[in-house]
Every structure is written in structure tokens, then in C-alpha cells.
Ligand binder design. Structure first.
Ligand code: TRP
Length: 342
């Protein structure tokens, strides 16, 4: 009999900041591609509620967003039995390691972090004398905490958008500093950023034709009710091409959204009907509404059930935290020993 040596499965880590309600753009551009990582990686997902604390000051709202993110991802298909899914604040090893690694992080490195620099630039533009006005230490230390999220799990791959790339590079830098000093006793794995592939990581047009984004206030919420959904779909801008005239499907915002949700058959058929003429934008919008409503209704039901008080959500998160700590607790123990604190 031949002994199989299993090649170690690589670890991916997805962090989700609970700062708002999920919309269709998040679902297509972030949630679905991130869930697909579980096919290839030992996939971990967590809710970065300590990161949200740098901006969310309303306890009710933070609690709501945190539960909402958890319910959203499970409704969207995350299986808590198959992956590790936890809330950052349930893992006490994370803030402890954040202090330890901050002692190995150059202040200059943090001065160069994009989010901090952007906040200073805004102060400069507003003509404020103190460029650090209104900037809290949480924002300043944000990259250290994020590095900890990544490094404590022994993460290989971090799926991120462009704006988060630098944070993964900083995490790699900090791991290098740690390894330089303590590497003989314990080594942190150097992580890599991965950008979701262009096909799955598509951006969706929003209600004004620009990229769907919370900051443009042009989103369709993922779990809005049926009548709201119908109303919002009606608001997507179209041109004034008359019904009977042929239309270019790829130039249409409505069609671009349809493409992401409908079956390939419906997409091909609709494409052909638009090109032939005789299909108006109103009809296309009705079709988009039907497709979205059919696809999203079961998700919405699951989401609502999980959001209800006393649902199994809390137990799922508690079980996830326990799984996560099986990894974080022994890792921190080794780190404490390596640095001389134990
Ligand atoms: N900074 C990320 C964002 O704003 C969220 C995040 C926190 C994260 N910690 C992480 C992402 C660790 C990946 C890995 O989207």
C-alpha cells in the first residue's frame, strides 16, 4: 500500500467590516467570489468589528451591522460547518497580538499607510492647521490590527480589492520584522494578496449608472422587500430608444445587472431579443425584477430568519469562535514563549 502524503491545503482569509447594509454590488463583486475560495483553500471568514469601531460609534448600529453581516454571508451560502466563520472580537488573542506586533512596527510605516494619509490630506484641503485633527489611534493602528488578523491564522492568501492591497503588504512587512527578531524560535507565515479574478469580481452599475457603491448612494440593497426592489429597478437609467428599435445589450445598465443574476439561457435569449428590436426597456426591467426576486427571495427568507431575535445566529458565531481559537490560542502561546512573555 502506498502512503499518500497530502499536500498542505493553503489558507485564505476574508475579513468583512460591518459598517453598512449589503447591496447587490457587494454580493456579485465580493461575497460570491469570496465564497468560491472554499473550493480551493481552507477558507476562513471573519467579521472585523474592532475595525468597524474606528468609525461606528453607535452601539446599537454596530451590533446590528455585525449580526447583519453574519446573516448575509450565511444566507448567501457560507456554510459554517465547512469553513471557519467568526467574529474578530470573540478572539482575545487578536488584540493581545496587536500590542505585541505594534512593538515591532515602525511608526514611519504607519505614517505611509494610505487611509491615514488620505485623512491628513482631507484636513489639509479643509485648511486645518493640525493635520491629525479628528484622526483616532484606531485609524492609525488599523493596519497593525489587520496584520494580526492575517498573521495569527497563518494565512497564505488574502483576497482584497485594490484599496486593501497595501494593508496586506504591511502585514507581510510586519511578519518579516517579527521573523527577523524572533525567527529562530517562531516564524510567522508571509501572506500574499490575491485579487479576485476579473470574471467573478465584476462591478455592477448602480442606480445612477456609476459603479454601485455605498459612497455614491446608488445601491440596491440585497435584502430589500419586493416592492422596494421593483421601485429601485425602475429607477435604473435607460436611454430613449423606442421599443421597436434594436438595442445594444452591452450598453445597458439593466442588462449588465441581469447578466450577473440570470441563467445563461435567459441572458442569451434577452440579448438576442434586444438586438432584434421590439423589446423595450420597461420589459427588460420587468424581467430583471423577476430574475432578482426569484434568485434573492430564498436568501432574503434565510436572512430574515437569522436576524430574528433568538435565532441560531449567536450559537453559530460561538461555535465559529471556538474553532478559530483552536488555531489562535496555540499560536499566541508560541509567540509569547518566543518573545519572553510567559
Ligand atoms: N480592512 C478590510 C476592509 O476594509 C477589512 C479587514 C480587516 C480585513 N481585517 C482584515 C480583510 C484581514 C482581510 C484580512 O475591507
Amino acid at each position: 500500500m502506498r502512503l499518500m502524503s497530502a499536500s498542505p491545503v493553503k489558507i485564505s482569509l476574508t475579513g468583512i467590516k460591518p459598517t453598512g447594509e449589503p447591496h447587490l454590488g457587494n454580493y456579485v463583486g465580493a461575497i460570491k467570489p469570496a465564497l468560491r475560495l472554499a473550493e480551493e483553500y481552507e477558507a476562513m471568514y471573519f467579521i472585523a468589528d474592532y475595525h468597524a469601531l474606528t468609525t461606528v460609534r453607535d452601539p446599537k448600529l454596530l451590533r446590528h451591522y455585525t449580526r447583519s453581516v453574519a446573516a448575509t454571508w450565511i444566507a448567501a451560502g457560507l456554510d459554517p460547518d465547512q469553513v471557519v466563520f467568526y467574529r474578530q472580537s470573540d478572539i482575545p488573542e487578536i488584540p493581545e497580538l496587536a500590542w505585541i506586533l505594534s512593538c515591532l512596527t515602525g511608526k514611519g510605516l504607519m505614517n505611509r499607510a494610505h487611509a491615514y494619509k488620505a485623512a491628513r490630506d482631507r484636513n489639509q484641503e479643509a485648511g486645518r492647521a493640525d493635520l491629525d485633527a479628528g484622526i483616532n489611534m484606531g485609524l492609525y493602528n488599523y493596519p497593525v490590527l489587520m496584520a494580526v488578523d492575517i498573521l495569527i491564522m497563518g494565512t497564505d492568501a488574502v483576497p482584497v480589492g485594490r484599496d486593501q492591497m497595501q494593508h496586506v503588504e504591511i502585514a507581510a512587512d510586519i511578519a518579516g520584522s517579527f521573523n527577523h527578531v524572533y525567527g529562530d524560535s517562531f516564524r510567522l507565515k508571509i501572506p500574499q494578496a490575491i485579487v479576485p479574478d476579473a470574471e467573478t469580481g465584476r462591478t455592477l452599475p448602480g442606480l445612477d449608472g456609476r459603479k454601485m457603491s455605498k459612497s455614491y448612494d446608488n445601491t440596491i440593497p440585497l435584502f430589500c422587500g419586493e416592492s422596494q426592489l421593483k421601485k429601485l429597478v425602475r429607477r435604473i437609467p435607460t436611454d430613449s430608444t423606442p421599443v421597436e428599435e434594436p438595442k445594444d445589450p452591452d450598453g445597458s445598465n439593466v442588462f449588465q445587472i441581469l447578466e450577473q443574476f440570470a441563467t445563461p439561457e435567459i441572458v442569451a435569449d434577452t440579448r438576442q431579443r434586444l438586438r432584434a428590436g421590439g423589446m423595450g426597456w420597461g420589459e427588460l426591467k420587468n424581467q430583471l425584477f423577476d430574475v432578482l426576486n426569484t434568485q434573492l427571495s430564498p436568501l432574503r427568507e434565510r436572512y430574515d430568519a437569522l436576524m430574528a431575535p433568538g435565532s441560531e445566529l449567536d450559537a453559530l458565531l460561538a461555535a465559529g469562535a471556538e474553532k478559530a481559537r483552536k488555531r489562535t490560542a496555540p499560536t499566541l502561546e508560541q509567540i509569547r514563549r518566543a518573545i519572553g512573555i510567559n
